[in-house]
Write a protein that binds this ligand. Sequence first.
Ligand code: MIC
Ligand code: SF4
Length: 746
Amino acid sequence: MIAGIYEGLRAKHEHVRKLLKHPLTLTEKILYSHLETLPDSALERGTTYADLKPDRVAMQDATAQMALLQFMQSGRKQVSVPSTVHCDHLIRAEVGADDDLKRANTENKEVYDFLSSVSDKYGIGFWKPGAGIIHQVVLENYAFPGGMMLGTDSHTPNAGGLGMIAVGVGGADAVDVMVGMPWEVKWPKLIGVKLTGTLNGWASAKDIILKLAGILTVKGGTGHIVEYFGEGADNLPCTGKATICNMGAEIGATTSVFPFDEHMAKFLEVSDRADIADLARKHAAELQADPEVLADPAAHYDQVIEINLSDLEPHLNGPFTPDKAWPISKMKEAVKSEGYPAEVTAGLIGSCTNSSYQDIDRSTSIVQQAIDKKITPKATFIITPGSERVRATIEADGQLATLTEFGGQVLANACGPCIGMWNRTGMKDGTPNSIVTSYNRNFAKRNDGNPKTHAFVASPELTTALAIAGTLTFNPLTDTLTNRDGEEVMLAPPTGAELPEVLGQDLQGFQAPSENGENVQVVIAEDSERLQALTPFTEWNGEDLTDMPVLLKAKGKCTTDHISMAGPWLKFRGHLDNISNNCFIGAINAFNDDVGQVKNQTTGETGSIPDVARAYKAAGKGWIVIGDENYGEGSSREHAAMEPRHLGGRAVIVRSFARIHETNLKKQGVLGFTFADPSDYDKVQEADITSIRGLTTFTPGTQLELVLSHSDGTEDVCALNHTYNDAQIAWFKAGSALNLIAADQG
Ligand code: MIC
Ligand code: SF4
C-alpha cells in the first residue's frame, strides 16, 4: 500500500506546485496528495472546506465504543480503510501492572468482548488490554512518513513524529472514513516552527512543546497545522518528535508534523519496518518541504516561530492548564508568588506522550545516579510504559529493574493516572498537593480526581529529578541534594540511548479480524449498564427554536473534562443514557460559581445539571448552553456533544470553540454558534428564556440571532456567527450526520 502511495507522489506534487504557483510545504504535500480529487484551483487556507481520504483509522476503547455503535447503525458490512481498536483507557491503576490488568479483564469483560467482536465482524484489528497505549502502538506499527490518518483521540498527532498527518477526531468523523466517505476539514493555516541549535544538558524534546505552549497558549494553534523544520528538528530523535506532536493537541492545533529524516528511518528499522525505511529514503524529497520553502519560511507559513534549542531551559507547565510555562530557574519564585504547594508528592513518568526507550533510558540514568550517590527519593515514583514492546525491551535491557529497585511502581501499559484511572492512596481528597508528570494535560481533577492536586507537566527526566528531590523548588542545573551520608551532591544531566537494538516483539496482544465477519455475533445485553444500542436523534421540525431556558452559562475554562468527566465515568462510555449523568458536572455556573449545580427555572430549585436537564427534557423543553473562550478544549470524546443532545440540548453558544468539539456538536445535531460580539456573553441572565431566529433560512456565511427575553420583560438580541457549510446544515436538519449516512444506506 505504501509503495503505491509513494509512486504517485512526485507527479501529484508537480501538479499542485503549478496550481499554487509556489513551492510546497510538507503539510501541503501530504494534504493535497490525500484529497479525494485534485482540485483545479488552490484551496484557501482558513476558508475552503476540503474532502480528504485518510489511509487509516485508529480508535481507543473509551471512544471506540461510541464510534462503533454508530458504525453499526450505518449499515455497512466492512470498514473501508484499515482500522484498529486499542484497549488502553479502561485499565485502573492501583497495585501494579499484573494485578491491575487481571482486574481490568474481569471488570471490563463485557466491553472488551463487545469491542473484540465488533472488530472481528467488521474487519478491524483489535489490540488487547496490556498491548499498549493507542499512540505508541500506532507509532510502532502503523505510522509512516507522508501518510494520513484519523484517530478518535486528541493525541493522535503523535504519529507526526514519524512524518504522518494524524488528526484527532470525534467518533462520528471516524465513522465517515470507515464507511468509505471522505473526511471533511476546513483547509488549515500553517504555523512553521523553526528549530535551531541542539538540545543539551537537562533539556529534552518535551521542553520544546512546553515552551511553545507558553508562546501560543491553549488556543493559539486552533485551525492550524504546526510544521517543524530546521537543523534543530534534524537533530531530534523520532520519538522526541512524536512527543512534541502529541502535546501539540494542547495548543489546539489540528495536528503537527516533522519532515522525514534518518531518525525516522532508524526508528522504522528497529520496529521491523526496514522496507518502509528504504522506500521513504528513496522518496525523501517528497516527504519534506521544498528547499525554497525552508529558505524563506515567512513567505510560506502563516506564522513562523523560532526556538533555539541550544539555550532551551527545562520547563514545568501548570498547574491546571498546560500553557502556563515556567522555566525551571523561575520555579522557586513561582512557588512563592503563586502559593503552589512546594512539596512534590508524586512523580509519574510514561504515558502516550513520553514513554519511549530513550525517555526511560534517560530517566533511569538519573535514578542510577541517585542510587550511586546514596540519595533517598522523597516522592512516590510511578512508571507507565507506553507499550508492551517498550516494556519488554526495558525489562530485557535492565532499566526496569533499576527503576523498581529504587522504589518505582510500574503500572500496566495503559493510560492509568493520566486519565484519572488512578486509585491514589495516602492522599485525602481535597488536600492541596503538587505532583509532576511527563504527561500532556493537567486540567483540575484529571489525575487523581482531587481538585486540589496541582499537576505540573514536564519531561520524564525533570519529573524523575523532582520526584527524587521532593520539591518543586529544586533546580537540578544548579542545586545540590543531601545524601544519606550528609553530603551535598549534584545530579549530572541525563544520558540515554536514542533507540534499542531491537524494539521488543511486534504484534504482542494483537487479534486480526475474521476474513469474513458476516456470521460473527455482536451481543449487547438488554440490561447492560455499560453498553446501549443507539437510537437515532430526532430530525429538526423545520421551525425556529423558541422557549428555551439557559441550562448553564459556563464560566471560564470549560474543557471536555468539565463537560463529560473521565476517570470513574469511563465505564459508561458505551451507554449514552448512563454516561449522561455526568453531563456538565464539572462546569462552573457563571451566576454563582457553583460547580455542576444550576437552578431549575421551572421549579426555582437548585439541582445537579444532568437532573435539571432531564427535568426540562421530560417537560418537552429544549435548552441551550452558553460558554466562554475555547469551549470544549481537550479531548475528542463525542460524549461531550452526545450527552447534551440526549438530554434535550439544542444549541451551544460560546465566545469561541475548540476544533474537535465544534465538529462533534455539529455532527450530533446540536447547534454550535459563536457570539458575533463576544461581550454579548455578559448579556445572558440566569432566568432568560431564549429563542434562535434564522434557522428557516440557515445558510453558510449568514448570521443568526439569539433572542434573550429577560425576566424583567426586556429583551436583547445577539448576532450569532457560525462555520456551517451546506453539508453540515444538512446534518442539523436530519438530526445528526449519522442519520444521513443511515438514510443513504437504507
Ligand atoms: C484524553 O487524553 O483526554 C483522552 C482520554 O485520551 C481523550 C479521549 C477520551 O476522552 O476518550 C482525548 O484526548 O481525546
Ligand atoms: Fe491516554 Fe493520557 Fe495519552 Fe489520553 S493523553 S491517550 S489518556 S495516556
